[in-house]
Design a protein. Structure first.
Length: 79
């Protein structure tokens, strides 16, 4: 197993741990996980195929669908 897949698995475990927190305590660690997802995707892209990166991106977007939708609505991209 490569280092990027190990980091991705640890990222998933951290996201699961954050999901157990009350909502008011999820904002800062959730934002940190969302920011950390970008370099993780780049690292995965360097070591693996595009299909693995797309699968991980789909998982990330699935976990953060509501915060990302709210952020896009805040930026007035979505109505």
């Amino acid at each position: 197993m490569t280092a990027s897949l190990i980091l991705a698995a640890l990222w998933v475990l951290a996201a699961t741990g954050v999901a157990f927190l009350p909502m008011r305590y999820q904002y800062i660690p959730g934002l940190a996980l969302l920011i950390a997802a970008v370099p993780l995707l780049v690292f995965l892209a360097n070591q693996h195929s595009v299909w693995i990166v797309l699968a991980v991106l789909a998982a990330i977007l699935s976990m953060f669908r509501r915060p990302l939708k709210a952020l896009l609505r805040h930026w007035k991209v979505l109505k």
